[in-house]
Design a protein around this ligand. Structure first.
Ligand SMILES: [Zn+2]
Length: 562
């Protein structure tokens, strides 16, 4: 029996309504308990205590992440740390190696990360990398929106069969939910085309709007912990905010199985653009935030820009091609048979460039104009808008108007004409930071019912202790504290002390098992056999992820809703 007592800390545990109270946290055998008898004691006097961080969206594992590493040896030479008695060597900045991914998140006090774009055909690779990442619990969401069978069922209007397909895919990939990336557009890219919301996908003759609506309905056929997770159409295009709002409207009126949104719209910064070209480009964060403030069926994460160099990577193949055309930088593209695709290109966000300055402002505006922090999560769409290691910078920006003003002065003057940021006074509290990095993310993913993102009795013993006074407002000190936690505790074990990794246990993989009526499953499987025989390069029997790929499983069953 191992026991731990964290005493005297000021605790921020939003899911349990704890808003900065001096409170002891007791952990026994990896779980939070009422009391302990003979514990090891951590004195957190004068420090901030939060549940372990839960990242709702970061590209940390799988084919395109690994391709990004190969594609950018210059990035791999940054962030080097040699092997120690505890740690494997670290390398990479925007596409760190698996070890660095685990250690860096743990140093920031995070204990769970969601990989949000797993190509089903490459699910084994994704899981191989996930189990290679130390410390972090994890999950991955398979891409199910550009798949040929999805489009066939959307066209025939058979939502139950679409649900059966979703169930089969999530089970086969040991995945967590339904990911949507440029619905229809990634398939159209195989014909060198792209799709706006109401354009017909070549050959299949369905629209992205129909795909999104049908997937949301099918997802709600089950007691799924998470809503559909949506990267919509026209990412990164001037004027796209109107498409974004229309996309949100598509799922209005669908009833979720529990108290959660029907759609999680991800890296919203890239979807909040006004103007008609890059010349008259402007922020429309206000319009997006107003919509989110007024509605309950959509949650968002920020996708906030971190000024500096990074590597963009997404299943949104046509978007990466246009980025390559704009920047002239190297580019790679990949097609995943009947399912999806991807592209990669390096990118430099510069505060001297008007468009980048506005992108930077838009992310922060979304966070500051969305009134209820339970509707928005902190992300940088790692590594697309910047590497996750920049989160402490974003936290300090949200908590300090002064820091934002100082940064704005250094950036392109367009920020004073076409963005709202300089006039926003709001500053986040530590409690609100705990919501957007733990409470909201765990709840939106449904992980709060499985021990994540809170410190109530029965929760996982995942705790972050930051050496900073709850009264502190100095942005530099806030950034430093969130970059290197005083302690990170994972499952009751101290994994980080004084900002250094002292233990690196393996993480667990969370996955969902949707339960489908057998008649539906049989009908859908017959169709699937035909698709594999005719079109896939692998056979059906060789496709599903075997149990060996998930050595530390945590299964969540999602019953069929009758
Ligand atoms: Zn993403």
């Amino acid at each position: 029996m191992s026991e731990l007592l964290i005493k005297n800390g000021v605790v921020y545990d939003p899911i349990n309504g704890v808003k900065g109270e001096k409170k002891d946290i007791c952990i026994r055998d990896g779980k939070v308990v009422e009391e302990v008898k003979n514990p090891k004691v951590i004195d957190a006097e004068g420090m901030v205590v939060m549940p372990g961080g839960v990242d709702i969206h970061a590209h940390i594992a799988g084919g395109k992440v690994n391709a990004g590493r190969l594609f950018r040896p210059e990035d791999g030479r940054r962030g080097l740390r040699p092997r120690t008695k505890v740690c494997m060597p670290e390398s990479g900045y925007s596409v760190p190696n698996t070890f660095a991914t685990g250690y860096r998140y743990a140093r920031m006090g995070y204990t769970f990360v969601m990989e949000p774009a797993m190509p089903p055909l490459a699910a084994r690779h994704t899981h191989e990398e996930l189990i290679d990442i130390p410390i972090l619990d994890n999950a991955a969401i398979p891409l199910i929106d550009n798949n040929w069978m999805t489009m066939e069922y959307v066209k025939s209007g058979d939502i139950d069969l679409l649900a059966a397909y979703i169930a089969w895919m999530i089970r086969a990939t040991k995945g967590y939910g339904v990911k949507v990336v440029n619905p229809g557009g990634t398939e159209a890219w195989a014909w060198k085309k792209n799709c706006d919301l109401n354009d017909a996908v070549p050959y299949f003759d369905v629209t992205p709007a129909e795909i999104v609506r049908a997937l949301a309905e099918a997802n709600e056929r089950f007691e799924m912990p998470h809503s559909i997770h949506v990267h919509g159409n026209m990412l990164g295009h001037p004027g796209n905010y109107e498409v974004t709002l229309k996309t949100y409207d598509l799922v209005k009126g669908i009833t979720p199985y529990r108290d959660r949104p029907v759609m999680h719209a991800t890296h919203t910064q890239f979807f909040s653009y006004g103007g008609t070209t890059w010349r008259d480009f402007e922020s429309k964060a206000r319009a997006i935030a107003d919509y989110v403030n007024a509605n309950e069926h959509v949650s968002i994460d920020i996708g906030s820009v971190i000024i500096g160099d990074t590597t963009t990577m997404t299943a949104d193949g046509p978007m990466e091609y246009s980025l390559h055309q704009i920047t002239g930088r190297k580019w790679t593209n990949h097609d995943v048979e009947l399912e999806t695709g991807s592209g990669i290109t390096p990118f430099l966000y510069s505060g001297k460039v008007s468009v980048h300055t506005l992108q930077w402002a838009i992310g922060l505006e979304l966070a500051l104009l969305t009134k209820d922090p339970w509707k928005i999560a902190l992300t940088s769409d790692h590594p697309n808008a910047g590497p996750f290691i920049g989160y402490p910078i974003l936290i300090s920006m949200l908590m300090s108007k002064r820091r934002r003003d100082e940064s704005a002065k250094e950036m392109h003057s367009v920020i004073f004409d076409r963005a709202e940021l300089p006039s926003i006074d709001r500053e986040y509290s530590f409690y609100e930071i705990a919501i957007i990095t733990r409470g909201m993310t765990a709840r939106t993913l449904g992980l709060h019912e499985h021990g994540k993102g809170h410190l109530g009795v029965g929760a996982d013993g995942d705790v972050a202790i930051y050496d900073i006074s709850p009264e502190e407002r100095d942005a530099g000190k806030i950034q430093k504290a969130f970059l290197n936690a005083k302690y990170t505790i994972k499952g009751g074990e101290i994994v980080v002390k004084d900002g250094e990794v002292v233990s690196a246990p393996p993480g667990r993989t969370f996955f969902v098992t949707p339960e489908c009526e057998s008649g539906l499953m049989d009908e859908m499987t017959a169709k699937l056999k035909e698709m594999f025989a005719n079109y896939y390069s692998v056979s059906l029997a060789n496709y599903p992820v075997q149990d060996a790929y998930v050595p530390n499983p945590y299964e969540i069953r999602a019953p069929w809703r009758s």
